[in-house]
Design a protein around this ligand. Structure first.
Ligand code: FES
Length: 161
């Protein structure tokens, strides 16, 4: 995949804006993630050319931190908390139910581009465990039985949008 010239320019401009930072990589990658939504290998290569940081190092950072993504995310990001409080209240079963109903694993996006499943860490709603967030909106005490209804709700929303 080749990236568009205007995207390449945008990435280079982001790199330039952090050129004087002593260790700019995290800042550059955060800005790219925020602006473009994901950081594929082609983009990492541009960052590497501009900064002199090896692609392997950049790839290591992008894949280590869950808030960076190699692939475009779906319109609705289903973040199910697997932090301790949620995990002991069976949030893994909620992840599994979403996975089986949507036919994707955590970290993957449905072919229609509507849903991404993410297994996430504590979102600060432990009293409401098991909790999940959908595009930042927190859903409390989610059970596997509710998963079908949640998917339907967002499918309808996606169709209307
Ligand atoms: S552990 Fe899930 S919200 Fe805190």
């Amino acid at each position: 995949m080749n990236i568009k010239p205007e995207v390449k320019k945008g990435i280079e401009a982001i790199c330039d804006s952090y050129a004087n930072e002593p260790s700019p990589l995290m800042m550059i990658l955060s800005a790219i993630q925020k602006k473009y939504g994901y950081i594929p290998l082609e983009v990492q290569e541009v960052v590497s050319e501009k900064t002199g940081i090896p692609v392997a190092e950049i790839y290591g950072v992008v894949t280590f931190y869950s808030f960076f993504s190699l692939n475009p995310k779906g319109k609705y990001v289903l973040g199910i908390c697997l932090g301790t409080a949620c995990y002991v209240k069976n949030s893994q079963q909620v992840v599994d139910k979403f996975s089986s109903m949507l036919g994707i694993e955590p970290g993957q996006t449905t072919e229609d581009g509507l849903f991404t499943i993410e297994a996430i860490r504590c979102i600060g709603a432990c009293a409401l465990a098991p909790a999940m967030s959908i595009n930042g909106k927190v859903y409390p005490k989610v059970t596997p039985d509710q998963v079908g209804k949640i998917i339907e709700e967002y499918r309808k929303l996606g169709a209307e949008a």
